[in-house]
Write a protein that binds this ligand. Structure first.
Ligand SMILES: O=C(O)CCC(=O)C(=O)O
Ligand SMILES: [Fe+2]
Length: 265
């Protein structure tokens, strides 16, 4: 009991190569094929949170949620996640993140719940993020970079996605390069990012966030922030980060989101 938990608490992440067999990987690929984009950076139009376009038109995108379609994965992960979160947890979000060929997106960030202010300074393990390699992951195709030990650091929200942190992550980070069906499980406080995809094929991750039940409702409020209105600072200083504007000047704290959604380079 607590073996996996100890690893995540000490190291911040762990990799399980080929956790899913070929048949299961095929099921994952099929689900990806049948799951539409929800939001992402369109190659020509920039960040798109409302309109949906054919998947190949995005630099990278997040898909619709697919919690119900992934019960079989949740069951397979259960022994590990229940060990990490001390038995009780809830799946908060399940979606694909696809980096298309030519994507140069890098955004060093931390994940929910720590990306939002109420949880930002806490280091307790409140959630775990699973990133499943639906395709083979490599240095060339955008395999995720993660900075060892960073779950114990405190990065100001204003520095998230900055050149300084992006460079540090690329220079010192571990690159999750692994065969399809492998899984990277990490402390969501770890600094990480997709890296550019230099290949001719999309690179697909299935992201699954499990959270402690006591933070579920509170976190939901932050994820249900209104999507449509432009960043209130857009006029003043051309902030292009809506809906995630991480700047400390945001009046409505609910718009804080460091995951790089809306961050148009
Ligand atoms: O797809 C990846 O490599 C990471 C995605 C990610 O970090 C996120 O969506 O928060
Ligand atoms: Fe992330």
């Amino acid at each position: 009991m607590g073996v996996y938990r100890d690893i995540i608490v000490a190291d911040g992440y762990t990799v399980i190569p080929k956790f899913f067999n070929n048949e299961e990987v095929y099921k994952l690929q099929e689900l990806n094929y049948n799951t539409e984009p929800e939001k992402g950076h369109h190659k020509e139009l920039g960040w798109q949170a409302e309109n949906v376009y054919p998947r190949e038109q995005y630099q990278h995108y997040w898909s619709q949620q697919c919690k119900e379609e992934t019960i079989w994965i949740q069951e397979k992960l259960h022994p590990i996640i229940s060990d990490m979160l001390l038995e009780t947890y809830k799946w908060f979000a399940v979606d694909f993140h696809v980096a298309n060929p030519g994507s140069d997106y890098i955004h060093a960030h931390i994940d929910s719940p720590y990306q939002f202010r109420p949880w930002h300074d806490l280091t307790d393990l409140l959630a775990v993020q699973c990133l499943i390699a639906v395709d083979e992951f490599s240095f060339d195709n955008g395999g995720t970079a993660i900075l060892p030990g960073s779950h114990k650091e405190h990065y100001p929200l204003t520095e998230i996605g900055s050149k300084k942190l992006n460079d540090k992550l690329v220079e010192d980070g571990y690159i999750f390069s692994a065969p399809q069906g492998s899984i990277l499980i990490y402390h969501p406080r770890s600094l990480h990012s997709t890296i550019p995809n230099f290949t001719t094929r999309p690179r697909t991750a299935l992201l699954m966030l499990a959270v402690r039940p006591d933070i579920y409702q509170g976190l939901l409020g932050y994820h249900q922030a209104p999507k449509k209105k432009p960043c209130m600072w857009k006029k003043e200083d051309s902030c292009t980060r809506w809906p995630i504007c991480v700047c400390k000047r945001t009046k409505d704290e609910r718009t804080w989101n460091s995951a790089g959604q809306g961050n148009i380079k």
